[in-house]
Design a protein around this ligand. Structure first.
Ligand SMILES: Cc1cc2nc3c(=O)[nH]c(=O)nc-3n(C[C@H](O)[C@H](O)[C@H](O)COP(=O)(O)OP(=O)(O)OC[C@H]3O[C@@H](n4cnc5c(N)ncnc54)[C@H](O)[C@@H]3O)c2cc1C
Length: 407
């Protein structure tokens, strides 16, 4: 496990040697193994109109390239390096994982977004796999050979997910699943999905009890319309389960306890969002600074106008604070803390910071900021999305308020 340099006071923000090596190797890997895939795709990658089918789905060449990125990254030991070594991970610390995600995001958008396992890759929830599930689902996912999806949200519930309408009923050696999910990341391409369903009524099991997670294979469910989020076209879709029968050994984790299983990993999801947000904010700020120094108006570089320089300075200050908070959260998680309040604070802070930075960097670029040839509006849309996924701003503030004792 990677440890961080410790100072005499016990607090360190330094990057240890192993993490430094991981970050520089990641950069080399992206240049040597990911950028050529983008080059091969050419306009199919750079032109959003060619990247997608009419319904938003990625065209097959792009799907193949994404899968290839995952496989190469897994071969190189990056893809799921935060997982334990006994399931094929590298057991790196949360601090190192945070830094790695942030670093990749700070290099800018592209196929590199698939280098480190996101919701479509193996997560601690899947790492609970037992028996045949390990060979059939977990390990192929860790090796980047299969991809998955985490299906909780439904047309009727998102934030209030324990109120889900999807049910599963036991029938002999099988479970019968009925319900619909939506906004499920990677649903159009997944080899299998991890589906949350109510297995015991709330009246008996309580609000958070009575929910079970099932592994359901592609072909057993129907992929419906894509939910094309502006800024993330082609990634999410609806799923329907209409009397789907699956064997009893496809329960993942604890029967009736999936919600608690998932809550144990809540902070990790929020940390990952924060890392991505901070990295993207750094990327956008760098581009903003470059443009502010180069672009001239009224006979001087626009960066000499305080109206411009203060936007960038404020962005830097807020990004610095979000980064420090992200590191603190990662450190707490490495101490074995669940860090519920801190993960809400960090997720809320970082996603708002990147949204504000992106908006300011669009403004600094003037008309060019709006051009689809530039990544700034994309950054703004990503920032907007990050304020909704993994718990909205309001849900994070509710958690913080509750921890404060304001109810
Ligand atoms: C790009 C993208 C990817 C996603 N990927 C996945 C995925 O892989 N798997 C998955 O299961 N889901 C996924 N989601 C769904 C996502 O988790 C939900 O959209 C999110 O949890 C919010 O739920 P909702 O959209 O139903 O909004 P709602 O819960 O209906 O909320 C609507 C509004 O009401 C507010 N609100 C609700 N309850 C409260 C409250 N108690 N207090 C204050 N305000 C409240 C919310 O903050 C929000 O502003 C994804 C969504 C998007 C956009």
């Amino acid at each position: 496990m990677a440890t961080q340099d410790a100072s005499p006071s016990g607090v360190s923000f330094g990057t240890d040697e192993e993490t430094r090596l991981i970050l520089s190797s990641l950069e080399e890997f992206i240049e040597a193994e990911v950028a050529p895939l983008e080059d091969e795709l050419g306009e199919t990658w750079t032109n959003p109109r060619k990247r997608h089918e009419d319904d938003g789905r990625f065209v097959p060449e792009v799907q193949d390239a994404i899968q290839e990125v995952r496989r190469r990254s897994a071969d190189a030991g990056f893809y799921a390096m935060n997982l334990a070594e006994d399931v094929g991970g590298e057991d790196v610390s949360s601090v190192t994982w945070y830094r790695a995600i942030k670093h990749v995001a700070s290099l800018g958008p592209g196929l590199s977004e698939f280098v480190l396992a996101g919701p479509e890759g193996p997560k601690p929830l899947l790492a609970q796999a037992e028996g045949d599930q390990i060979e059939s689902y977990l390990l192929p996912c860790v090796r980047g050979e299969k991809s998955t999806a985490f299906a909780q949200t439904e047309p009727g519930v998102g934030s209030d997910s324990p109120n889900m309408a999807t049910t599963a009923e036991r029938d002999g050696d099988e479970w019968v699943l009925d319900g619909r999910k939506q906004w499920i990341t990677n649903a159009p391409y997944a080899d299998f999905v991890q589906v949350f369903a109510r297995t015991t009524p709330q009246e008996e099991a309580g609000r958070y009890g009575g929910i079970t997670c099932f592994i359901v294979e592609e072909g057993e469910y129907e992929v419906g319309s894509l939910n094309n989020a502006v800024g993330m076209i082609g990634m999410q879709a609806e799923l329907s389960f209409d009397g789907v029968r699956i064997p009893a050994d496809r329960v993942l984790g604890t029967e009736d306890g999936a919600f608690y299983d998932a809550m144990a990993f809540l902070s990790l999801g929020r940390l990952e969002i924060a890392a991505r947000a901070v990295g993207l904010a750094e990327f956008l700020l760098n581009r903003g600074v470059g443009y502010a120094n180069e672009r001239e108006a009224f006979g001087r570089s626009i960066g000499t106008f305080q109206g411009v320089s203060h936007k960038l300075a404020r962005g830097r200050a807020n990004t610095f604070a979000a980064d420090a908070a992200g590191l603190r959260l990662a450190w707490l998680m490495d101490q074995g803390e669940q860090a519920i309040e801190e993960s809400s604070i960090v997720k809320y802070l970082a996603s708002n910071v990147v949204f504000d930075v992106a908006d300011d960097v669009v403004q600094v670029h003037g008309g060019n900021g709006l051009s689809e040839d530039n990544p700034f509006m994309d950054g703004l849309q990503t920032g907007r999305i990050l304020r909704i996924v993994e718990g909205t701003d309001e849900i994070q503030l509710n958690t913080i308020a509750k921890q404060l004792g304001v109810e």
